[in-house]
Ligand binder design. Structure first.
Ligand code: UDP
Length: 344
């Protein structure tokens, strides 16, 4: 059974991907996570769902020496799914060097070691933020990438470019970069989900924390955009659908000898949904009235962005299973679960 290394395995998408890998018979997994933005409990939660223990190395991937020890100990790694990265757009503007250092250095180290230890298959977490503020919707993968809007987005553009340059001199490696749109929701059991540290930046954790009483009210950033209800439009996609796409991408690299050495694939539902619609869906499926108000626009927000997801559907044979109501219900289940566990 091939061994898969997941970096950032305790993180939001990493942990859901571990569950999906296990459910798809990838049982030989190791994770590297230094819990800089995640919790050790995640592995207990994964065990609750799957019955399996996953070994985690508490190592900073920017530390090449310590990371190399993992590869020395595990000589049979056949795939790396590289999630580990900082991901807050706003923070990246405040602290650009923190982002450039962490997100780039860790990838450089991963690639060096992938080559030295002959790991053939690499999946890279990218983001729709590489497309910036784009007018032509839905967004296809061949959209030329503009100047990045934030240091975070730039680290993803650089990461993709690094992979391509690396592959040119590495005939034994293949990679897929997956460009996520807006991952939301939680494992359908409510036992695994997003665990923002401090005040959440993202919409859905802010909604669930408001509904449960941690935050007083949600501010919807802007209702004067040129959209039907005046609020911004995004492509929200269930985290478990994103997770499953990683498993399919890995299987693709492993099993399809004719697959190109490098590809990029959008992961979204293809539906543009407004912030107001998200709030309405949350209220409908939970029966809870959300305390919210309209406030000024958030600087840097694009009016609308959603995916053309045909490539993922065709190439990976992937279809998103969960709709907006499922996303809201699972996120709410998770929030209630966190409250019970007294994590907040
Ligand atoms: N948003 C909002 N209030 C919040 C957080 C987010 O109105 O407290 C809006 C934000 O302006 C954007 C959408 O929700 O239109 C999604 O924002 P998020 O930060 O979750 O993801 P982004 O698409 O910006 O990466």
């Amino acid at each position: 059974m091939s061994k898969i290394l997941i970096t950032g395995g305790a993180g939001y998408i990493g942990s859901h991907t571990i569950v999906d890998l296990i459910e798809n018979n990838f049982t030989n997994l190791i994770s590297v996570d230094n819990f800089s933005n995640s919790s050790k409990d995640t592995f207990d939660r994964i065990k609750e769902i799957t019955g399996k223990d996953v070994k985690n190395y508490n190592v900073d991937l920017c530390n090449l020496e310590q990371t190399e020890k993992i590869f020395e100990e595990n000589r049979d790694i056949s795939g790396i799914i590289h999630f580990a990265a900082y991901k807050a757009v706003g923070e990246s503007v405040e602290k650009p060097l923190k982002y450039y250092h962490n997100n780039i250095e860790s990838l450089v180290n991963m690639l060096k070691l992938a080559k030295k230890y002959n790991v053939p298959n690499i999946i890279f977490s990218s983001s729709c933020s590489v497309y910036g503020n784009i007018d032509k919707l839905p967004v296809t993968e061949d959209t030329p990438l503009p100047k990045a809007e934030s240091p975070y987005a730039y680290t993803k553009q650089i990461g993709e470019r690094m992979l391509q340059d690396f592959l040119k001199i590495s005939p034994n490696q293949k990679a897929i970069a997956l460009r996520y749109f807006n991952p939301v929701g939680a494992h359908p059991t409510g036992k695994l989900g997003e665990m923002p540290i401090g005040v959440p930046n993202n919409l859905v954790p802010f909604i669930t924390q408001t509904a449960i009483g941690i935050r007083e009210k949600l501010t919807i950033f802007g209702n004067d955009y040129p959209t039907k209800d005046g609020t911004c439009i995004r492509d929200y996609i269930h985290v478990s659908d994103i997770a499953h796409a990683h498993v399919l991408a890995l299987q693709k690299l492993m099993n399809d000898k004719n697959f190109p050495q490098y590809d990029v694939i959008n992961l979204g539902t293809g539906n543009g949904v407004s912030v107001k619609k998200v709030v309405d869906a949350f209220e409908k499926v939970t029966g809870k009235k959300l305390n919210y108000e309209y406030g000024p626009r958030r600087p840097g927000d694009a009016v609308a962005i959603y995916a053309n997801n045909q490539k993922a559907i065709k190439v990976l044979n992937w279809t998103p299973k969960y709709n907006l109501n499922d996303m809201m219900l699972s996120a709410w289940k998770w929030e209630k679960n966190l409250q019970q566990a007294n994590v907040n």
